[in-house]
Write a protein that binds this ligand. Structure first.
Ligand SMILES: NC(=O)c1ccc[n+]([C@@H]2O[C@H](COP(=O)([O-])OP(=O)(O)OC[C@H]3O[C@@H](n4cnc5c(N)ncnc54)[C@H](O)[C@@H]3O)[C@@H](O)[C@H]2O)c1
Length: 357
């Protein structure tokens, strides 16, 4: 079996360690790819040379450090690349890597900070035949896998409505939307209606988020989705999947209960696989190697899936700006949230709410 030449952009520092600016997700990618035994770390790129040095020392790897990722791509020509930088950098880095001939890229979520950038990434992957995956690793968690199996088994009847709640549409919502698309067989969405409330932007990994949001959409197979976001989102459970013959609830990402027409009470589905910690990311890395080894195999975290739910995020922002339903495909390319924040239509520059007399 061949050993692939692996490189990383954005080394970070492990979560909560001295000088950390985030989670240091690169460490989880390194763990996952090293575990496959099929990669050799041949270079790292980071604008913070100290982060890169610490990273290489931690894993006892002797490899060159680049402060310019484009130079690394040109000189080292890696076959596999991890991109573990903040979201506004994902698009340029992914496009450059695809054009530099990288065979497979595992990029952190969310895809990109505008819809236009997300489409650019997909176009570059397609044009260059690059396998691109995003770290929506929850597809590998047991509770979500089991929920999908129950839906596929027909026990729930026909899926009709999926509801979920989380902190925001972009940083966390990308995971939850990804799960709902997974449950629904990754069919595309048809239309989206949404509203966001943003007073003082919450900024996560450099990107502004709404404080509250409400999104309702329809998939092309008729199933509906609802997502409630923000500090006051209360759906009574984290996720609820309703079919014509039963309901699944996921109170947390490691718990699952089902109630069908045959049940007099909720049935708790035991979690037995003990997938925890870095396991879902390890599985994502192994799946990317499988895709490289197996022509025609589409990895579970493929860009083809990620782009479909990313469109719902930007369509929800656009719906809030347009004050109406957005029929897909989404035609605007910016982030309506960011554009409205900059123009003062939302955010701290906006005039006070009119008083109702
Ligand atoms: N999948 C998950 O569960 C999960 C969890 C947390 C974070 N994330 C995502 O991971 C991504 C990275 O977050 P993090 O917490 O690992 O960040 P981090 O701050 O820990 O690390 C980012 C690194 O990128 C480097 N960097 C910045 N600009 C660069 C450039 N131009 N070229 C090269 N390197 C550059 C920084 O110096 C830093 O070392 C984010 O998109 C975040 O949303 C995903």
């Amino acid at each position: 079996m061949s050993v692939y030449r692996y490189a990383i952009i954005g080394t970070g520092r492990p979560w909560k360690s001295d000088g950390a600016t985030g989670f240091g997700m690169s460490h989880t990618h390194q763990h996952g790819f090293a575990k496959t035994g099929r990669t050799e770390l041949v270079a790292v790129a980071d604008v913070r040379e100290d982060n890169a040095r610490l990273f290489l020392d931690k894993y006892n790897v002797d490899a060159p450090i680049f402060t310019n990722y484009e130079e690394m791509l040109a000189e080292i020509k890696p076959e596999i690349l991890s991109i573990a930088t903040w979201p506004h950098l994902h698009a340029d880095m992914t496009v450059a890597a695809c054009e530099a001939g990288v065979k497979a890229i595992h990029c952190e979520k969310p895809m990109a900070t505008t819809w236009g950038d997300a489409k650019r990434m997909k176009a570059a992957a397609d044009a260059n035949g690059t396998i691109v995956t995003f770290n929506h690793q929850r597809r590998n968690l047991e509770a979500f896998q089991k929920a999908r199996q129950i839906i596929l088994s027909g026990e729930l009847g026909d899926l009709t409505l999926m509801e979920c709640e989380c902190g925001n549409l972009f940083d966390w919502g990308t995971h939850w939307l990804d799960m709902l698309f997974f449950f629904n067989g990754d069919v595309p969405a048809e239309w989206v209606i949404g509203q966001i409330d943003l007073r003082e932007p919450d900024v996560i990994f450099g990107a502004p988020m709404e404080q509250q949001g409400l999104v309702y959409w329809k998939w092309t197979n008729g199933v509906r989705g609802i997502m409630v976001t923000g500090h006051d989102s209360k759906l009574t459970t984290m996720m609820r999947l309703t079919g014509t013959k039963g309901i699944i609830e996921l109170p947390s990402e490691n718990a699952l209960k089902v109630r069908t027409e045959q049940d007099s009470d909720w049935r708790v589905i035991p979690m037995i696989e003990n997938i925890k910690g870095s396991d879902p990311i390890d599985l994502a890395c192994a799946d990317l190697i499988k895709a490289l080894d197996t022509p025609g195999y589409k990895p579970l975290l493929s860009i083809d899936y990620a782009i479909q739910h990313t469109e719902v995020i930007y369509a929800a922002y656009e719906s809030s700006r347009w004050r109406g339903r957005i029929d897909l495909p989404l035609k605007t390319e910016d982030s309506a949230l960011v554009s409205m924040l900059e123009s003062g239509e939302i955010g701290p520059k906006r005039r006070a709410q009119p008083s109702v007399q």
